[in-house]
Ligand binder design. Structure first.
Ligand code: AMP
Length: 579
């Protein structure tokens, strides 16, 4: 037992410790919590605080608290905490010592060896400083592995064929994107890029500013300088952000936030996901630019990537998944908890070094996407059955997600809700698994908001409810076998579509309905290229038009292999134009 090597994710915002026992990876919880905030502080009585308690005092006593020390690792810097100076290694050592103690408590004896993860871009000096932090904490760092390597191990350890993966890691304070090659448990980082100051904290800050503006406009209050009220707002902002990952609207409420001119101020503010997404759009665009730079660094394009792995808590933000889907044409993986994935990979690497065997990390996920149809666009044209995904493929079960829709007509008293399973942007090409009508809606102008909630449990039972936001009136249905592959009549439909691919009689011949992923991607690319026509030089436009014609010819002949080269070249031009 004393040979156990622990795996540690020493993160900028959060840290975790994990081990492999009986072939399974366990993230070790401390008082029920698997995540230790990477905060260190000195408490009121001069005692050392690590994790949650240090984080809680940060806003009120910043002079006694240190956060994000990872950013200073390897620099000849000192931080001041309660009037004393510390090196970055010493502060990191405090966090490591705490993680070591959490693991020792769990296994019941002392531990002395660790695998610690570091960002792929860390220099020798930064790695050396991390090793020193380990030593100060009483840990021999038997190996340091790159964070994307750890994440890729979790997803790819059991696979024998080579795969190219894109690891998109958006945490609280940093963004890293890496392209890795995985084969037979060996991970090679081909390229990495990122931004050391971009993450969920920036998203929180946008909401904080939104609340500040609201308080200024509604109550004439400046919140700066009100330490405690500010601390509550920061917490409320993060909380609202987390809820917006699952719900289309949130209500931000803080009673008795502060007193102003002798009257208590209560904060009540509704925030829509769409408003929030606008607030963070520039940040998401920046991550996509970095993603393309990483691809370029590996001399690859989006079409060369086999899988996308989501790491870091902020990747739970739905619009990130959607953007990656749009850019790459397939669903990213996020089934292993994105907060814990790196620590799990570290523990797996540790177990490999210690000669322990490991089972692959399996969790229950939905193999399909579920959603509804709505008036939208298809191939640039208005279309009444655009598929709107609500629960995405690879989501961990059980899962509950909501999305808001609006009525289109004044005085519209009913909405017909159709639920589909599938991935096609045209809902009619997916499998309809349920349908109902919500009636007696309020007699109001168009824009009446209906929130649709899909709730899928481990047994494949899908509960669907539609709720009129203004009245709270709700109607719901339960679909019992949502995950089972095909019902007989659907099987027949699928068979017809597949036969259509081979031009057989009686088959559905609509080309769009039986199109391959490569063809769908090519069509998307054409749309994207055309949207750039107004902004490009005549020469670039000519090149693009030529390539589009070649791609169209490939699409007409149904020969996917003929698409690859022109698609890559068009991708390169678009990339060059956008960067
Ligand atoms: P990490 O550094 O990987 O632990 O990520 C922490 C960041 O993820 C923090 O900014 C969290 O607020 C954010 N986060 C955690 N859960 C969610 C969620 N459900 N939706 C959006 N952001 C989240």
């Amino acid at each position: 037992m004393s040979d156990i090597i622990i795996g540690i994710d020493l993160g900028t915002t959060n840290s975790e410790v994990a081990i492999v026992e009986n072939g399974k990876v366990t993230i070790i919880a401390d008082a029920g919590k698997k995540i230790l905030p990477s905060f260190v502080g000195i408490g009121d009585g001069g005692e050392i605080l690590v994790g949650e308690t240090a984080r809680n005092q940060y806003l009120v006593y910043p002079e006694r608290t240190v956060k994000s020390i990872k950013r200073l690792m390897g620099q000849d810097a000192q931080v001041v905490m309660a009037d004393r100076q510390y090196s970055p290694q010493e502060i990191s050592a405090v966090i490591l010592k705490r993680l070591k103690a959490i693991a020792e408590d769990y296994v019941g004896h002392s531990l002395s060896k660790a695998v610690i993860t570091v960002p792929a871009y860390f220099s020798d000096a930064q790695r050396q400083a991390t090793r020193e932090a380990g030593e100060i904490a009483g840990l021999e760092v038997v190996r340091m592995i790159n964070e994307p390597t750890a994440a890729a191990l979790v997803y790819g350890a059991g696979q024998s064929e080579a795969k190219r993966m894109l690891v998109y890691d958006l945490g609280g304070g940093t963004f890293d994107v890496s392209v890795v090659n995985v084969q037979a448990g060996v991970v090679e980082v081909l390229s990495s890029h990122g931004d050391n100051h971009l993450g969920g904290d920036d998203f929180d800050q946008q909401i904080v500013e939104h609340i500040q503006n609201h308080l200024r406009e509604q109550h004439g209050v400046e919140i700066e300088g009100h330490g405690k009220a500010m601390a509550r707002i920061v917490r409320a902002a993060e909380n609202a952000k987390l809820r917006l990952s699952d719900e289309p609207f949130v209500q931000i409420e803080e009673e008795y936030l502060l007193e102003h001119g002798g009257t208590p101020i209560h904060l009540t503010l509704e925030l829509a996901r769409s408003t929030y997404e606008d607030m963070i759009a520039d940040y998401i665009n920046a991550t996509m630019d970095a993603t393309h730079i990483a691809l370029k660094g590996a001399k690859l394009t989006a079409t060369d990537i086999d899988e996308i792995i989501l790491v870091g808590g902020s990747t739970r933000t739905p619009c990130i998944r959607e953007r990656l889907f749009d850019e790459f044409g397939f669903e990213p993986h996020g089934e292993v908890d994105p907060d814990l994935c790196v620590a799990m990979g570290a523990a797996m690497q540790a177990a490999m070094i210690a000669g322990q065997s490991i089972d692959t990390v399996l969790v229950d996920v939905t193999p399909y996407t579920y959603g509804t149809s709505a008036l939208g666009y298809l191939d640039g044209m208005p279309y009444p059955y655009q598929f709107v995904p609500i629960i995405h493929k690879n989501s961990v079960l059980p899962v509950r997600k909501s999305e808001a829709f609006m009525t289109h007509q004044d005085g519209q008293r009913a909405v017909n809700v159709r639920i589909y399973q599938g991935e096609d942007p045209d809902a009619l090409n997916n499998i309809e698994i349920g349908e109902f009508t919500i009636e007696d809606l309020l007699d109001v102008p168009a824009g009446n908001i209906i929130t649709l909630t899909l709730d899928l449990d481990l047994n494949g039972i899908l509960h669907v409810s539609a709720r009129e936001k203004a009245s709270g009136m709700e109607k719901s249905i339960t679909i019992n076998n949502a995950i089972s592959r095909f019902a007989p009549e659907e099987l027949a439909g699928a068979k017809r579509r597949i036969e259509g691919l081979f031009g057989e009689e009686g088959a559905e011949t609509d080309a769009d309905r039986s199109e391959s992923a490569a063809a769908a991607e090519a069509r998307n690319l054409i749309k994207k290229a055309e949207s750039l026509f107004d902004t490009v030089s005549a020469e670039d436009k000519e090149d693009m038009v030529d390539l589009i014609e070649t791609i169209m010819a490939g699409l007409e002949s149904g020969n996917d292999a003929a698409l690859r080269e022109p698609v890559e070249r068009l991708n390169d031009i678009i990339y060059y134009l956008e960067s």
